[in-house]
Write a protein that binds this ligand. Structure first.
Ligand SMILES: [Zn+2]
Length: 125
């Protein structure tokens, strides 16, 4: 079963579009200039706002990933041995942070431990 339903996707899209609208307002303000005068000021603001939207896009995509919260069985990324988990719905998701070219993004992953490698993994983390 996909992690995200069509309705949820629609609602997330609507929220993203609203965020993009607020981003536009933060750039243009009520008067189309918003106090930004020099090219450097405009560039700085546009890049900052664009980076925030990029981060959000990436976070949305990561959150919709099935691997974020895998089922009973998932393969170890090193030895490919199946890592079982009897009650995946009880595994607490852990917050992960990763630095990207456009800043830090946060997402949640359920940890799994490989008995053979004795290592903890965050699937596709
Ligand atoms: Zn392993």
């Amino acid at each position: 079963m996909p992690r995200i339903t069509a309705d949820e996707l629609k609602s997330r899209r609507r929220e993203f579009v609203e965020e993009a609208g607020r981003t536009f307002d933060q750039m243009l303000g009520a008067d189309g200039q918003n106090g930004l005068v020099t090219f450097e000021q405009r560039e700085e603001r546009a890049c900052e706002l664009g980076d925030a939207l990029t981060q959000r896009l990436l976070e949305e995509h990561l959150a919709a990933d099935d691997a974020a919260d895998p089922d009973v069985e998932v393969a170890c990324p090193i030895c490919e041995e199946p890592m079982f988990c009897q009650a995946p719905e009880k595994v607490e998701l852990q917050n992960r942070k990763v630095r990207t070219r456009r800043g830090t993004v946060e997402y949640e992953r359920a940890a799994r431990q490989c008995k053979r490698c004795r290592r903890v993994f965050f699937p596709r983390g």
